[in-house]
Design a protein around this ligand. Structure first.
Ligand code: NAG
Ligand code: NAG
Length: 187
């Protein structure tokens, strides 16, 4: 029993790690500065990536030399640093996308923003909607063979609850099953 409890904890840990989302480094490197004229712009980088709700982006810069402003589209277009939705100046900013839609980031230094130290990230609609892997389950009331009730530790097999990350978790479960099988030889 203690063994399966351990495995269940491990499973939970893995599921939570997946749900936490991807952390992107701004521009691919994480450096927040005036882009090199030959290098890819921050927006060119952003267009190559898929951002989803729960993902985050990190910005690294010298805290006394630069900052990150979250602004609206107007302030973004005009590099207006006097009005902002949020301001970060700790030098190592990690911003998590809590909703879908557009996020506009500019440097807190207007001159840097004018030199293209700015970025729009478009976050796609919620994971649960974008995953077309799992077809909609039929209503349980009309099901002729309802699933067996959860056995209170009779088998020791945890019954994962479906959630937003279920399509990803399925992959983990199969991997997990292999680990479980391997471990049952040991114990
Ligand atoms: C910047 O935004 C503020 C608030 O919206 C506005 O009052 C100000 O005129 C703007 N400055 C410029 C230069 O557009
Ligand atoms: C998810 O899909 C449902 C039904 O298709 C829709 O009503 C809902 O607005 C969608 N949610 C998001 C965040 O797009």
């Amino acid at each position: 029993m203690a063994n399966s409890l351990f495995l269940f904890s491990l499973f939970l840990f893995m599921a939570v790690s997946l749900a936490a989302g991807t952390q992107f480094r701004v521009g691919g490197t994480g450096t927040w500065a005036i882009p090199d004229s030959n290098a890819m712009s921050y927006n060119q980088w952003a267009e190559k990536n898929r951002f989803q709700v729960g993902d985050s982006i990190s910005f690294m810069y010298l805290p006394d030399k630069d900052s990150v402003l979250l602004v609206d589209a107007d302030a973004y277009n005009s590099c207006n640093t006097s009005s902002h939705i949020d301001e970060f100046n700790d030098g190592n900013t990690v911003f998590t996308f809590a909703r879908s839609g557009a996020f506009h980031f500019i440097s807190g230094i207007k001159d840097n923003c004018d030199k293209n130290e700015k970025l729009v990230v478009v976050v796609m609609v919620d994971r649960s909607n974008s995953s077309s892997l799992a077809p909609a389950a039929p209503p349980t009331s009309s099901s002729s063979s309802p699933p067996p009730p959860p056995s209170e530790g009779a088998t020791g097999e945890p019954t994962p609850t479906p959630n937003a990350a279920s399509s990803k978790v399925v992959g983990v479960i199969s991997t997990f099953g292999a680990i479980l099988g391997a471990l049952s030889y040991v114990f």
